[in-house]
Design a protein around this ligand. Sequence first.
Ligand code: SF4
Length: 724
Amino acid sequence: MLEADKTVLSTCPFCGVGCQVNLHLKDGTIYRVDAPFDMAPNYGMLCVKGRFGTDYVMHPSRVKNPMIRVNRDGPRSAPPQWREATWDEALDFVANNLVRIAQEHGGESVAAFACAKATNEDNYVLQKFIRSCFRSNNVDHCSRLCHSGSVTALQLSLGTSAMSNSIAEMEHLDTFIVTGSNTTETHPVISNFLKRAVRKNGAKLIVVDPRKIEMTDFATLWLRQNPGSDVALWQAMAHVVVKEHLYNEEFIIARTEGFDSYIESLEDCTPEWAEEITGVPAEDIRQAARMYATAKSAAVYWGMGISQSVHGTDKALAITNLAMMCGQLGRPGTGLNPLRGQNNVQGCSDSGGLPPFLTAYQRVDNPEVLHRFASDWGGVDLNPVPGLTVTEIMDGALTGHIRAMFIMGEDPMTSEPYLEHARHAMEALEFVVCQDIFINGSGEMADVILPSTSFAEKDGTFTNSDRRVQRVRTALAPIGDSRPDWQIVCDLALRVEARLGVTQSAGFAFSHPSEIWEEMRRLTPDFGGITYERLDREGGVHWPCPSLDHPGTPYLFSETFPRGRGKFWEVDSGFDSEMPDEDYPLALTTGRVLYHWHGGAMSRRSNLEVIWPEATVEMHPEDADQLDLVTGDWVKVSSRRGEITLRVLVTGRSPAGTVFIPFHFAEAAANELTTNMVDPRAKIPDYKLCAVRVEKAEAPPDRPGREIPLTQRGAIKDRAVQIH
Ligand code: SF4
């Protein structure tokens, strides 16, 4: 066996589980990845992405030098022509343009997308740069597109927005609900803990999902609701709890407000009413409500199936209402747990990467908070008005309100809904900077590319889904002339400050990410007890952790909620999504597969691409038979907004009438089809439901396709399950 030159402990760069990884290096290359058996949160486990997917770090298409677009006069969507530039030239070019635009159109014409893949320190300095140099709070990131429904609901009800309980508690669960989360594919290591809870602990699992996901094999009860009908289901469960007096009166009186008016709104939400809407038998709804309410402890885990909806906030509020009603909060094994997607989507939000919040959800419109930050940042004049969200920024580009965009590690041209709309928005911008490790679809439309380092070439911290802050450590020298994101942003900020004539810098002269973390700690009571030294010693610490002698907080709400009393909210169970009709008779839902990650920028440049090389549209056998389709046939899938061509995978995972397309594949981008209708409060798009049509098609000449790999054909097992 090869002997490593060195082994570096770090954190997996893919999903929000935050698995600890040992990166084994030989001759400057990561040749093996495994996991320490004695460290939370994964205790030796890794999924296929963490174990075999990190070779993207060495991919030949890494951007190695700053690049300036030569053909800047034509449309952005024209094929880009690049020339290499020095760092000084590229950063001066960016600084000149951002300052010019801010002076001509106001600072709020500058917006930034922070990055859920970058470190806390990277994101902190980016939002500090935009807020302090341009007096613009237009900083957001892809949390808007994945869990803002959950974040908004939890903020409204409880005053916070993270997972309330730790991954470590999962093995010991008594009863739990998994809803809107294909956990085995999106959070594989967490799914192992959940399966263990069932197998070893005898825990009772209720799955609420229209798709037949693997977790249904472990469920005591599977409620297969019609897509988009979730609110009615949760309301009916709450109705049962009230009518059968299963609620926790002591908890409601001591810890909550608004219960009486809420239960009035439940009066007509009978299980029979919900059966009509959801398709779930009323008796199953009753059984689920009883199991959850009477359990010694019960937790809910959910994913984007809940939040990515025009009713995302209502869905998460309905779940929160039920948890408060039953007192299933504030103890181990209880709680409300939105499973966060990307490796550092929690940390990016915690670090100030959301328009209304500075670090740890301290609001920009709170004068005391703003004064504290402004004083620390050299007495700068900060804007007290919350900025625009991702979706509003894209709309703002079309109205001319937003003129310049700084995109750090994101790819709106894959992740935005209704990509044609996003394309127009990008075209309308005066100046676009992409800072990334690869040139992605958005980078191809940029004026400048600033090459950053991957997770393996920098120090810093990620915060995983259960609020555990963990170290990222340098294993490799930067590829080419790339630099860590924090370093690029700080260098740029100093150049912008000089051009603006700032006499007292807000403070960007950092020499190591630990110094940035120390500033975050100083300004953030919840991070006060977390230091690099402590992270190195303990492996990770759950925030809130207000002091050095505080152990961290694996589960929240034992005494109180951040807003004081938990608040019940009435919810709307209406259907405002685009529903199937005569012209577009099938419902489309989008999501992830085990072998790829997000827009595919990393996983599609890794070994994982060999295992799962192309997009497929999953169809139920009944729908496939009607259209005379079999697995491997080429089809055109179209919606009112666009069309894509890809191959069919016949499975029983989705119910008849619903098709599923993963969103990792730019050549058949699911978001060409999705709608940009958004939840009115969270502004999250309706990625999980729109109407489409499927028709037989010819293979695109440039994509001959190959035999569908066995991994994908495994879905045939599901066909058998559904057919008999
Ligand atoms: Fe990485 Fe998530 Fe897989 Fe763990 S479960 S190895 S964090 S992708």
